[in-house]
Design a protein around this ligand. Sequence first.
Ligand SMILES: [Zn+2]
Length: 145
Amino acid sequence: MSKIDKPLPEITADKKPFWEAANRNELLLMKCVNCGQLRNPLYAGDSFMCPNCNTTKPPEWVKATGHGKILTWTVIYRAFHPAFAEEVPYIAAVATLDEGVRMIANLRGVKPEDVRGDMEVEVFFEKLTEDINLPQFRPKGAKSN
Ligand SMILES: [Zn+2]
């Protein structure tokens, strides 16, 4: 941990199942009970409404494989917040998960110059606080982060 605390995701009631599962090293997605569309809860609003069928029924939670492929990425050379100053350069990547849902996370365990589009990645979790086990990417099969 840095001396300066990192800004943390807010655990709202609607997303509590996601963060509870993350603490068990499981990645959950929201599944619409009406039309079956999957969503990444990290980018859903605080009140659930399916963007496909507009139902406001609470979603089901389904376990994701945690596997995906890099769609695009950027390398951060200049920390946008002092808590990240010791981490630059780092990679922020968008991956398409095997379930077809996109997710943004840091890509660890690979040098910026070695990242490739379609690179296979897997989610692992980085313990930030007692409550936050943050999903991150690493190259598939990588043993360390
Ligand atoms: Zn729906």
